[in-house]
Design a protein. Sequence first.
Length: 86
Amino acid sequence: MAFHEELEKLKEGLLQQRDELRVKTSLAKLEAREEWEKVEGKIDQLLAKFEGFGEEASEVSEDVLEKAKLVGDEIKAAYERIKAHL
C-alpha cells in the first residue's frame, strides 16, 4: 500500500472514532443531566425535612434518621454515577 493511501486510511479511521466518541459523549452528558434532575428533587426533599426538624433534631427518632441516611446514600450514589458520565 502506498504511503498516501496509508495516511488516508489513518485519517478516515481517526475521523470515524472522533464521530463515534462525539455521539457517546453527547449521550453521556444527556444521561448525566437526567440523573442530575432526579437527584436534585431528592436532595431538595431531604433538605426540606432537615429544615423541619429544627431545634427538635435531638428528639428525632432512629427510624427517621435511618431513612434520611438511606436517602443520603442514594443521592451520593447518584452523584457518583453523574461523575462517571462526565
